[in-house]
Design a protein around this ligand. Structure first.
Ligand SMILES: Cc1ncc(C[n+]2csc(CCOP(=O)(O)OP(=O)(O)O)c2C)c(N)n1
Length: 392
């Protein structure tokens, strides 16, 4: 058994400071260690794909994040590892337990994933490093991992042996705070005026939010229209990793004083609805979640989503967002209330399906989109919600 304090101290010395995880019993002692650590920020994700996206957001904001999880969750990570981490060249450090290791006896549900874990990680361009077995290996292995990251490759410490568990530990006292904590919800959807197009909504967002506001835009035609309307270094076009925009936004918002606007689609939001619970729980004040709800998967030909029967603003409210809105008109009036109050806020904008004829798609290399966006986020300009003036 290695000395975990030493292991995490070496990571700390390399600048790692943020952990995003989904627990595994084999890694119990790591999670116990982290819950008592003053040195590392810990964010609990609802699934491992969300953890990857939050870590990407934290990295874009200049932090050095680590994802800690079980290999059962590797399936949940495949999409963001392949369509976000790899093409945008935002390498990640992962610590993963190996259930179903063919050399060991384990439960049947871990057997298949156990057999393919190492190959799958390598296929996902993630270098596998055996977790240090003794203290003498710690520095050498972490140096090796850092060298991989410096070359732009993700890497994963694979934990083969269960780390000893702390005995007789106290249970958390869970307070179900939400019962006393219903926040404001403004439903403006009685209005009979026609729905705007996504294009018109995007124009209003671009024009309303000050230039030091980041825009993280969801997969498909939202990003393509945003690029066509107004390419800018404040835009992050999340062309893949459907459903992850709000998790990336959370990872950024937690570590940036800039205002972070996530532009989501209803299909995408439905795909990763657990993100909303995490956002509401960690409640970054500078987080604004705008849902363009056109009721369809417009980007793939207009197939219906199940949005007609979903009250998104109430979900956001129940997930502990601060203010939630639903409507389709007078957008600027709602935006104005949003920016004058601490977030997180949620605004469902009911929108007509369809898009413009002359739609383009981001022409810049994805790593360039990531690097210029990260520079924008880390630029010292902040916002002052009352005066809207920049201060440094
Ligand atoms: C994991 C995954 N599944 C499916 C797709 C294909 N896809 C791309 S965009 C899209 C529809 C997105 O719908 P929505 O979020 O409602 O946005 P809209 O297209 O209506 O703007 C789909 C299904 C994908 N890119 N990734």
């Amino acid at each position: 058994m290695i000395n975990l304090t030493m292991f995490f101290q070496v990571l700390k010395d390399k600048g790692f400071n943020t952990i995003i995880g989904v627990p595994c019993s084999m890694l119990n002692s790591i999670f116990d260690f982290l819950s008592n650590s003053q040195e590392f920020d810990y964010i609990g994700a609802t699934n491992e794909g969300e953890a990857v996206a939050i870590a990407v957001g934290a990295n874009l904001a200049g932090k050095k994040a680590i994802v800690v999880c079980q290999n059962s969750g590797l399936g949940n990570m495949v999409n963001p590892l392949s369509s976000l981490v790899s093409p945008f060249k935002i390498p990640l450090l992962i610590i993963m337990s190996w259930r179903g290791n063919p050399k060991k006896q384990d439960e049947p549900q871990h057997e298949l994933i156990g057999k393919i874990t190492i190959d799958l990680l390598e296929m996902l361009k993630t270098k596998v490093i055996q977790f240090p077995e003794n203290d003498l290996q710690i520095k050498e292995k972490i140096d090796f991992a850092q060298a991989c990251l410096d070359k732009g490759n993700s890497c994963c410490f694979i934990v083969e042996n269960e780390l000893p568990v702390q005995k007789n530990k106290d249970h958390f006292v869970i307070e179900h705070k939400y019962k006393n904590n219903l926040k404001s919800f403004l439903d403006l959807s009685d209005d009979q005026s026609p729905y705007l197009s996504r294009w018109e909504v995007l124009e209003k967002i671009i024009n309303f939010f000050p230039k030091n506001t980041a825009l993280i835009c969801s997969t498909g035609k939202s990003s393509r229209e945003l690029f066509t309307l107004n390419d800018s270094n404040r835009n992050f076009y999340m062309v893949g990793s459907m459903g992850c925009a709000s998790a990336i936004g959370l990872g950024i918002a937690k570590y940036s004083s800039k205002r972070i606007v996530v532009i989501d689609g209803d299909g995408a939001l439905l795909m990763k609805m657990g993100n909303m619970a995490t956002i509401g729980h960690y409640s970054p004040l500078n987080f604004f979640h705008i849902l363009i709800n056109n009721g369809v998967h417009d980007s793939t030909g207009g197939q219906r989503t199940v949005s007609e029967t979903v009250n998104y603003a109430k979900i956001a409210q129940a997930c502990n967002y601060n203010m939630t809105f639903s409507g389709h008109n007078n957008l600027e009036a709602c935006f104005d209330i949003m920016i004058k109050n601490d977030g997180p806020h949620f605004f469902e904008i009911k929108t007509a399906p369809g898009s413009i004829e002359s739609i383009g798609r981001p022409t810049l290399p994805l790593d360039k989109i990531a690097s210029r966006f990260s520079a924008f986020i880390q630029d010292a300009e902040e916002y002052d919600k009352d005066t809207e003036e920049l201060f440094c």
